[in-house]
Write a protein that binds this ligand. Structure first.
Ligand SMILES: [Zn+2]
Ligand SMILES: [Zn+2]
Length: 243
């Protein structure tokens, strides 16, 4: 048998002995597919595609003549310099994030790393950043869940792009209601003064990429950015899996 035939043969046996199932549709997947998703589900990922709003990162239906800023960003000021999101928070991605956060499907981390890395390589000038900072969870929440999803997302990216990860420089001092249950103005009030900065000299004049799972109105990451900027940080951008 040829080398490639041998490989196919062995992969076939592995598939038989250790079948893998797509985490979204539960269909059996072959070893050639992108575990933990079958290729069909992978193709259904609702990517966030350019042109992007240069502030909040939302997809704009058309390239705008002036500076590519969406209407919402023209009306409302953000502290972060720019936000980026890989995909839209719907369909397959919503499913994956839900399973990751609430279903403890931590195997999904490899998948998120892959799509975040691809996005960074395509769109973000990663060399300008000194640090990656994951949005912290309140200690009570952390105890409940057992992990901080933003930290788990940031960790492999820091390693891959050789950036220092600062998971403790921001501290969540206020126990807030889940943002998903609130309106935009309630979200802002809910998250106001929720964070504390622990080591101001460390972030002074440093460029920071904040990492989180979801960007909805942006008020959580904006509150982090406000604190960092007011304490002398340089460029502060935000990267999330979905929005
Ligand atoms: Zn599937
Ligand atoms: Zn915008």
């Amino acid at each position: 048998m040829w080398k490639s035939e041998w490989r196919d043969f062995l992969n076939g046996i592995i598939d038989l002995l250790y079948p893998l199932y797509c985490l979204v549709c539960f269909k059996k997947i072959g070893s050639k597919e992108v575990f933990p998703l079958c290729s069909e589900c992978f193709q259904k990922i609702p990517w966030n595609i350019p042109p992007f709003c240069n502030k909040c990162g939302r997809n704009l239906p058309v390239e705008l003549p002036s500076e590519n800023i969406c209407l919402a960003c023209k009306k409302e000021r953000h502290y972060f310099d720019r936000a980026w999101s890989v995909a839209l928070y719907e369909g397959v991605i919503r499913d994956c994030l839900h399973k990751f956060k609430y279903g403890q499907k931590l195997g999904l981390i490899n998948f998120f790393e892959k799509i975040l890395s691809n996005f960074i390589e395509k769109f973000i000038a990663i060399e300008k950043f000194d640090y990656l900072i994951p949005v912290p969870l309140h200690p009570t929440k952390l105890r409940e869940r057992g992990f901080n999803q933003a930290f788990l997302l940031a960790q492999p990216l820091a390693k891959k792009f050789q950036k220092k990860l600062l998971p403790r420089v921001l501290y969540r001092k206020k126990f807030t209601l889940p943002q998903s249950e609130l309106t935009a103005s309630q979200r802002k009030r809910n998250i106001r003064e929720a964070f504390l900065l622990r080591n101001q000299p460390e972030i002074s004049k440093k460029n920071i990429l904040i990492i989180d799972d979801i960007f909805t109105t942006g008020s959580t990451v904006d509150e982090c950015a406000k604190l960092l900027k007011r304490n002398g940080a340089g460029v502060v951008e935000v990267l999330t899996v979905a929005r």
